[in-house]
Design a protein. Structure first.
Length: 356
């Protein structure tokens, strides 16, 4: 009830201004470590049945925050304090960049959706590392990486390797983002002739001391045969997992309101596409590749459904904007109750039926 009132006030502000205000408050919370620790203990006390392991990391719960909300990483500690089992920051690029011109973030309140064309606005990997590498986290910290907008396509792999090398010192896992619709030409990197050498180069650069699990984030707009081919390439390159999915360019017909704006759509309208992509990936991978499912996840039933369809972990973003700070803890408590009710002892047990 309190957040509904606060949200009504925040939604009177332009979307990006409200977003930045929320991140500033979370960053301030994160600086007060004792308060943050007490808040996490209250909002999301440990639930042993939600603990799981994935690509060699331990997760206190399968509910995490997707990249895109905290592009700089300054609010990571505050976000963990709200009860997320893991937090993914970024997208970070080798060099700082301002992103696309404003306005670039829009709400579709009726559909509980967002439209964004942010364009990888971030301080660069070096700056982010200065504050992300200074403390331990209560769960895994993921870092999402991309190429700078002005880097030619033929030099894209250089940017990804530079970013990977920089973030391995403070990331628990690293996500290769080739699926954002808001950097011109980026999605072409999902084509086989570009994706295969990129993944092979990054996997080779990630070997040895300091190795981190390397994941690939995919678009929901790929046709099923292209998505199956991408899974095959990911398996051949020996990446550690996939994230499905990024935002979509699909629009209602005819587009109305903020849907007329350029950019990717997230929230409830993405749910069906995200579920469909998850099912294709899980079937094709046949248990050989963990999948993090994201897109249109709003309730504990949604989380339960994604796990039952074969996801190892689940992320939220837009639903957190609409649901507020109590949402992560609420999802975890409700998920644990349903798992107990239906006799599942762990998220892995729940997803194992789909992965074979």
């Amino acid at each position: 009830m309190i957040y509904r009132t606060l949200r009504a006030l925040l939604f009177l502000l332009p979307a990006e201004l409200a977003h930045r205000l929320g991140l500033w408050l979370l960053a301030r919370l994160g600086h007060r470590r004792r308060l943050a620790s007490r808040l996490r203990a209250r909002l999301a006390p440990p639930l042993p049945e939600l603990a799981s392991s994935c690509f060699g990391l331990s997760f206190p719960s399968p509910v995490g925050l997707a990249a895109g909300l905290d592009k700089e990483g300054r609010a990571a500690a505050g976000l963990f304090a709200l009860g997320f089992g893991f937090v993914e920051v970024g997208t970070l690029t080798p060099r700082p960049q301002p992103g696309n011109p404003r306005p670039r973030l829009f709400r579709v309140v009726r559909d509980q959706a967002l439209v964004n064309r942010m364009g990888f606005n971030n301080p660069g990997v070096e700056a982010a590392g200065r504050w992300l590498g200074t403390r331990p986290w209560p769960g895994p910290l993921g870092v999402n990486i991309g190429k700078n907008r002005d880097t030619p396509e033929e030099r894209a792999a250089d940017d990804y390797e530079t970013a990977l090398s920089a973030v391995r010192s403070f990331a628990d896992y690293v996500v290769v983002n080739v699926s954002s619709p808001n950097t011109p030409g980026l999605r072409r990197l999902q084509d086989a002739e570009r994706l295969v050498p990129l993944l092979e180069r990054l996997v080779a650069a990630n070997r040895g001391a300091g190795r981190r699990p390397l994941l690939l984030k995919v678009s929901p707009d790929l046709e099923p045969p292209a998505l199956e081919e991408l899974v095959d390439h990911a398996l051949a390159a020996k990446v550690d997992g996939l994230i499905a999915t990024n935002t979509t360019l699909a629009r209602p017909e005819p587009p109305w309101g903020a849907y007329r704006e350029a950019g990717g759509v997230s929230g409830r309208p993405l749910a069906a596409r995200s579920r469909a992509c998850l099912e294709i990936i899980v079937k094709r991978a046949a248990g050989r590749l963990p999948v993090i499912s994201v897109g249109g996840v709003f309730t504990s039933d949604d989380v339960f459904d994604r796990l039952r369809r074969g996801a190892s972990l689940v992320q939220v973003y837009t639903s957190f904007i609409y649901g507020g700070p109590s949402m992560p803890g609420r999802l975890c408590r409700d998920l644990a109750l349903r798992m107990r009710r239906e006799g599942f002892r762990s998220p892995g047990e729940l997803s194992s039926a789909a992965t074979g």
